[in-house]
Design a protein around this ligand. Sequence first.
Ligand SMILES: NC(=O)c1ccc[n+]([C@@H]2O[C@H](COP(=O)([O-])OP(=O)(O)OC[C@H]3O[C@@H](n4cnc5c(N)ncnc54)[C@H](OP(=O)(O)O)[C@@H]3O)[C@@H](O)[C@H]2O)c1
Length: 312
Amino acid sequence: MEIVVTGASGWLGRGACTRLEDRGWTVVGVSRDPDQAHRRFPQRLWIGLGPELEEAVARAGAVLNLAGRNVLEQSWTHEFVEAMRSSRVELTERIVSALGGAARDTVLVNASGYPVCGDTGDHEVDETHPASRDLVVGAIDADWEEAAQPATRSGRLALARIGIVLGEDGGAFPVLRQPFDQGAGVVLGSGAQWMPWIHYTDAVRLLVEMVDSPAYTGVVDVVAPGAARHEDFAGALAAALGVPCTTRVPAEQVQTSLGGAAELLLPSFRMRPAVAQRAGFDFGYPTIRAAIADLTHTTQPADATASLTSLS
Ligand SMILES: NC(=O)c1ccc[n+]([C@@H]2O[C@H](COP(=O)([O-])OP(=O)(O)OC[C@H]3O[C@@H](n4cnc5c(N)ncnc54)[C@H](OP(=O)(O)O)[C@@H]3O)[C@@H](O)[C@H]2O)c1
């Protein structure tokens, strides 16, 4: 059976495609530059963004829609915010319209992101939490989820509200660990904000599970069950690397250096993966300590609180 994967050349897409192929799917990767994608991943069929996209979607058994301009690619000018939005929403509208013309029911697993929950403070939310447009990327994610909705008329729709994916070779983790690698850990903002993290391996496994299993319908929080505050993450990382974590970077300073993208790290997103837990998904890295131990190649999760005792 064929599955169309947009964003297949991207960080999550690469892992998802390999796992889908292992599970028997024939992947058709979609790329803005299919020739270059083919040079990088020659074992896979690649198509571009012309009418071949609609043709591939109409004959596929499933679509995994991950494409979108990377939110960390550049500063958030008005033009770039519009590019982040249109690269997600317009492509999704095309996919949904092609699904409407397909001869049979098709599964659509559509990405979204944790900012769609808005700042939840200490209040824990699950998939029943309505989409919020309070944050810039949250509003884009809300539009993205809305654009995917008509796919419920042509098959099963699962919306993946993806958390901060922690992996060694992509996403935010290599950036977040830089000061720790230089010998001094930092806590961003108050540190009390909840960080909706998930280990890369679990994120890829859960996305593929969402394709394969009818247990996943509607919104699915793609986050780990062991919720952590930012200071828990920083403390665990400092302890694992054996460095102190004594510096707090005030929110205003984070805002000045990251600009709009500070909204990805400073608000509190306390999310619970209720749907995955109900479906019995077996998280390989359920706690932040286990994830950090794997990502830093340390065998024993160390005592995190010790690293934070002199935090100023
Ligand atoms: N990584 C995370 O922590 C995280 C967290 C929350 C949500 N998400 C969402 O999950 C999705 C996948 O994340 P990722 O980390 O794998 O992102 P990524 O590495 O940046 O990959 C995104 C892919 O989208 C494609 N793309 C970019 N602009 C496009 C456009 N205008 N039209 C069509 N395709 C375009 C690119 O493929 P080509 O260059 O081949 O065209 C790129 O490889 C993203 O949409 C992201 O918003 C990720």
